[in-house]
Design a binder for this molecule. Structure first.
Ligand code: AHM
Ligand code: MG
Length: 336
């Protein structure tokens, strides 16, 4: 009976990815191994995030940890865990992390063919008040042959072979695309396994929510200002949109993916390239949006067509439901 099968025939993320990979005879399980190391990093961060408040209480009670050193900050700790997990997978050659100025080139004996770009703990302003935060990652394949070079990670987002995020929220949710749709998995803490809970996610064609830091409105450009005005005072007889803004990209994008609508971090006079980073924020989320049937636009072009020149480059971004992004594209087209 279907419900029983559901409870006893568990589709873990590893099983899911193995199934997918088995459709490709050339695959040797490398991607599955890489992913299991990313998943390990996510589980570690999830457990650290859940204990963060507690650790502080222990600190206040006057205790120090074993080495007597100060608690490492959660974002620094998360970065170390991901770097070590990725290097030890033996499947990576270049790592780019938001936390590290320079890219990490994996030593030859531990090298594999994948390049991983990631933000180990995004939304750090939300850590101390217990609001959702997340990890974002994107995966490229090294270009043919030769030594790994920075060029290998300065590829347009459309060349990514996979992307995803893990949200540390009321539950721990991992959303992944390897280029054949988007699937969501929820961590079952009693099993320590991510179980498929959101198969084949499709974003609604149009949404009722817009998500932006309106505190920057004074410095917006024309099309962004016009768009947000339209959300609040629609002239076509439709209902105004609701505003939701968490200030954690993973949480804002996750809601947008499931409920529809638009998330924007536009350019403004103070930050002409917006705030979010191309490689490990804009690209992975744009990849997921397109795979779910939505769109991602920079104000000038399709986000995944962008070719980054520097690893920590930023770009404005508008992403979400297909029809909602069409509207902002039309406003930018009208400017030209
Ligand atoms: P961070 O990498 O320093 O955490 O900044 C990225 C975060 C995103 O999660 C979020 O979308 C954005 O910054 C919010 O920025 P703002 O506080 O300017 O609205
Ligand atoms: Mg970030």
């Amino acid at each position: 009976h279907a419900a029983d099968a559901h409870r006893t025939d568990l589709m873990t993320i590893t099983r899911f990815v193995l199934n997918e990979q088995s459709k490709h005879p050339e695959s040797r399980g490398d991607f599955t191994i890489l992913l299991s190391h990313i998943v390990l990093g996510c589980k570690f961060v999830c457990s650290a995030v859940n204990k963060a408040g507690l650790a502080k209480l222990i600190g206040l009670a006057g205790e120090t940890n074993v080495q007597g050193e100060e608690q490492k900050k959660l974002d620094v700790l998360s970065n170390e865990v991901f770097i070590k997990a990725l290097v030890s997978s033996g499947r990576t050659c270049i790592l780019v992390s938001e936390e590290d100025e320079e890219a990490t080139f994996v030593e030859p004996s531990k090298r594999g063919k994948y390049c991983v770009v990631f933000d180990p703990l995004d939304g750090s302003s939300n850590i101390d008040c217990g609001v959702s935060i997340g990890t974002i990652f994107g995966i490229y394949m090294i270009k043919d042959g030769g030594e790994p070079e920075l060029e290998d990670v300065l590829q347009p987002g459309k060349n990514m072979i996979a992307a995803g995020y893990c949200m540390y929220g009321s539950s721990c949710t991992l959303v992944l695309s390897a280029g054949r749709g988007v699937n969501g998995f929820t961590l079952d803490p009693s099993l320590g396994e991510f179980i498929l809970t959101h198969p084949d996610i499709k974003i609604p064609k149009k949404g009722k929510i817009y998500s932006v830091n309106e505190g920057n409105a004074k410095n917006w450009d024309g099309p962004t200002a016009k768009y947000v005005e339209k959300c609040k005072f629609p002239k076509d007889g439709s209902a105004p949109k609701s505003l939701r803004y968490i200030g954690s990209m993973v949480a804002d994008v996750h809601r947008t993916l499931l409920y529809g609508g638009i998330f924007l971090y536009p350019a403004d006079k103070k930050s002409p390239n917006g705030k979010l980073r191309v490689l490990y924020e804009v690209f992975p989320m744009s990849f997921l949006m397109e795979q779910a049937g939505g769109q991602a636009f920079t104000g000038k072009q399709r986000a995944l067509d962008l070719v980054p020149k520097k690893i920590h480059e930023r770009s404005p971004i508008f992403l979400g439901s297909y029809d909602d992004v069409e509207e902002i594209k039309a406003l930018y087209a009208a400017e030209e």
